[in-house]
Design a protein around this ligand. Structure first.
Ligand code: PLP
Length: 381
């Protein structure tokens, strides 16, 4: 028989994002030219202002307070007060944690009882489903509109006596879209008649390409938890540093959980965050990403049968390949094998007939890779 794993592992799959990435890396190691557009992270290295600041802190080796170094909580609260135009945000509303993932996990652990339902607008980032299931919650998918906006009407129809929370992610992974103010206002009206918790995953809110973005605090959701971090805005994915913003009751609960699971976020990463905030958490790679997006917006419309909704944030384009096939896994495998281009199949995000392209590579790789996709589609047309 051997080791018996717990039942909670039954529904957890290895991320499809990682599976294709692993295959692409193996092909590259075997000497093949690979255009890898699967990455969920900027390709740039850590900004110098962070490296230099943290280099002065290498003797800081002790545990920190569970919710984060006091000075950092204050710096995050001050920053967020401005970014969210929200006067209520003070240090007691902040918990520093090891990236977006633990922030989301602790939020769910603190609010979801086994059997509670969590509304998940789809397409959705791959980990939400598993995080919800890990805490015993039930995922209730609610499709976004055809142009990837929230659909308050669909969501309203999915509410039940068991609904405890909803996850909102704007700018969105995998679609890159920013939800409209109309749909968020409408949703707030619906949800504020209930006690449903709104977990806003704000991981990409610093990566915005045009005017008109409004922070989630503008819509008056009553039970709001915000999860954010520095992974994407500062190319700090490996440093594991993020934070939660919420009412003091939730922050106390999450801190209690974090005290036993994580203890504290890496001390040096917390100093890295301070340096990022000294720079107003301004993403150093935003201009390059914008240029990449312009390039992609010029090339993709020349690919037959492939459509896309231009993203307004994050660094993903969700290619609509439904006119070619619904079997995105098969299509992505074939694209990788035949042209060396790696994308993430839509199945990973509960969206058949789509493939996610991350435009964080250098410009030449992006241009060549997009042209390879075009050749592949034309050859199989
Ligand atoms: N939320 C979204 C929407 C993401 O795409 C990611 C990373 O891919 C995360 C959260 C996790 O961020 P972190 O690496 O800080 O845990």
């Amino acid at each position: 028989m051997g080791l018996q794993l717990a039942d909670r592992l039954n529904s957890i799959e290895e991320s499809a994002t990682l599976a294709l990435n692993t295959k692409a890396k193996k092909m590259a190691a075997d000497g093949k030219k690979i255009y890898n557009f699967t990455a969920g992270e900027p390709s740039t290295s850590t900004p110098d202002y962070i490296k230099e600041y943290v280099a002065q802190k290498l003797d800081q080796n002790h545990y920190t307070p569970v919710a984060g170094i006091n000075e950092l909580r204050t710096a995050i609260a001050d920053h967020c007060k401005g970014f969210y135009s929200a006067d209520w945000i003070s240090p007691e509303n902040i918990m520093v944690t090891a990236g977006g993932k633990p922030g989301l996990y602790f939020s769910l652990l603190a609010t979801i009882n086994p059997g509670d339902e969590v509304i998940l607008p789809t397409p959705a980032w791959v980990s939400y489903k598993h995080l919800i299931e890990l805490v015993g919650g039930i995922v209730v998918e609610a499709k976004l509109t055809e142009d990837f906006d929230l659909d308050p009407f669909t969501i309203k129809n999915k509410l039940s006596a068991q609904t405890k929370a909803i996850i909102i992610n704007s700018p969105n992974n995998p679609t890159g879209t920013v939800y409209s103010a109309e749909s968020l206002n409408e949703l707030a009206k619906v949800l504020n008649e209930t006690e449903i918790v709104v977990i806003a995953d704000d991981m990409y809110t610093k990566l915005i390409y045009d005017e008109g973005f409004q922070p989630i605090t503008n819509f008056g959701f009553k039970n709001l938890i915000i999860s954010s971090g520095f992974s994407k805005s500062q190319a700090l994915t490996g440093w594991r540093i993020g934070y939660l913003i919420a009412g003091a009751k939730l922050i106390k609960a999450a801190t209690k959980l974090q005290s036993h699971v994580l203890g504290n976020t890496s001390t040096l990463s917390q100093y890295g965050a301070m340096a990022a905030l000294d720079n107003n958490d301004k993403p150093p790679m935003l201009d390059d990403l914008r240029k990449n997006l312009e390039l992609a917006k010029a090339i993709i419309p020349t690919i037959p049968k492939v459509r896309f909704i231009p993203p307004h944030g994050a660094f993903y384009i969700f290619l609509d390949i439904r006119e070619i096939t619904e079997n995105s896994i098969g299509w992505c495998e074939s694209l990788l094998e035949n042209r060396g281009v790696a994308l993430v199949p839509g199945e990973a995000f509960s969206a058949l007939g789509y493939a996610r392209l991350s435009f964080t590579t250098d410009r030449q790789t992006l241009e060549e890779g997009l042209n390879k996709i075009k050749e592949f589609v034309e050859a199989n047309n």
